[in-house]
Design a protein around this ligand. Structure first.
Ligand code: FAD
Length: 318
């Protein structure tokens, strides 16, 4: 059996998740092929240090920096050429994204975020994967001729296993349209308070009602030295950017206090908010999940409650 591992790296800095994926691959086979889009000396050395018996540099102008469709198609062509039994990536955003493109290109199913692999039956593998932000474990069987899967990040320890470095090159044929999404420029943001680091987060949900409805939340966040977050209902409505979203498919926060305003507390939101040290829910529905789970709750209209809190803060500060 041979296993091909998609290596995630950023201009030569290999992602720790790829070292986990290499370690996972070694539990299945001693024939481990590392696919490195763009090719890179430091990455090849790291792969050999984690047991890759062959490092394939995928070489094409589209592959110099991250380009999900191009990376996926390039790996798919390598899979067709080499016919490995399995293709593994780490279940990071990029790992899942690239493998999804491989899956579409090969028309073969993929299983994401796997915790456990039982390959004792060659044709049908038994897998356990994590779902819904960690709140559900699912047992899956995979009988595709080529097994495509991502291993959940941190599910496998990174265990070094030095082998001699052996490098080859593969040049895929990539159409111009595959270069439609690629990194062209990088901007370093000024350090400041972010959703992840904020000690106070004022979150707004569908109950806020409109983009303009967030102005009082912005004001309260500013008075408290915090930032504004939101639910997915808000980003789905286009009221705020996805960068503000708290939850399973957004940011996980851990402030001293989270003020959840007009947010029902669906499980996908809760998994992103539950590490908050204190939660104050403001909601018209006393039975809302967020209210029943919160440390404190105000049952009322957020459009009246939030300006009243800001007013009281200003009054006390003189
Ligand atoms: P609603 O559920 O509609 O709740 C609105 C709340 O506002 C209600 O409790 C209501 O009583 C209250 N309200 C209304 N008017 C007022 C008022 N004037 N004053 C006070 N309260 C008021 N959601 C996320 O948030 N983050 C995620 O990362 C996320 N990921 C998801 C991933 C998947 C795969 C799926 C399927 C869903 C995901 N969701 C996520 C969506 C999630 O299931 C909910 O649909 C979403 O969180 C609901 O947003 P909400 O609480 O703002 O809206």
């Amino acid at each position: 059996m041979s296993v091909l591992v998609i290596i995630e790296h950023d201009r030569g800095a290999i992602a720790s998740g790829s070292l986990e994926a290499l370690t996972a691959a070694r539990t299945l086979s001693s024939d481990v092929i590392a696919a490195v889009c763009g090719g890179n000396d430091a990455v090849a050395t790291a792969c050999a240090g984690y047991g890759a018996t062959e490092v394939v540099d995928l070489v094409h102008p589209f592959l110099h920096d991250y380009a999900p469709q191009a990376w996926g198609e390039a790996v798919a062509q390598l899979v067709t050429a080499r016919q490995p039994d399995a293709v593994i990536a780490c279940g990071t955003d990029r790992g899942n994204e690239v493998l999804a493109h491989v899956s579409v290109s090969l028309d073969v199913a993929t299983v994401a975020n796997v915790l456990r692999i039982d390959a004792s039956s060659a044709g049908v593998w038994a897998l356990t994967r994590v779902q819904w932000g960690g709140s559900l474990l699912e047992d899956v069987t995979l009988d595709a001729p080529t097994k495509l899967l991502t291993v959940a990040h941190h599910a496998y320890d990174m265990v070094p296993s030095e082998v001699a470095e052996y490098r080859t090159t593969f040049t895929p044929s990539l159409e111009g349209s595959l270069g439609s999404t690629m990194v062209r420029d990088r901007v370093v943001r000024e350090a400041g308070v972010t959703l992840t680091t904020a000690r106070v987060v004022v979150g707004g949900g569908r109950g806020v009602g409109s983009p303009e409805g967030f102005a009082p939340l912005e004001e309260l966040a500013s008075l408290l030295g915090g930032v504004v977050g939101c639910s997915r209902a808000v980003t789905n409505n286009g009221w705020r950017n996805h960068t503000d979203q708290v939850g399973q498919t957004g940011t996980r926060i851990a402030p001293d206090i989270y003020l959840a305003c007009g947010i029902s507390g669906a499980i996908q939101h809760w998994v992103g908010a539950m590490a908050s040290k204190n939660i104050l829910a403001i909601n018209t529905d006393r039975d809302a999940n967020m209210v029943t789970r919160a440390d404190y709750a105000v049952i009322g209209d957020l459009h009246k409650v939030i300006p009243a809190i800001s007013e009281e803060i200003r009054r006390r500060r003189g």
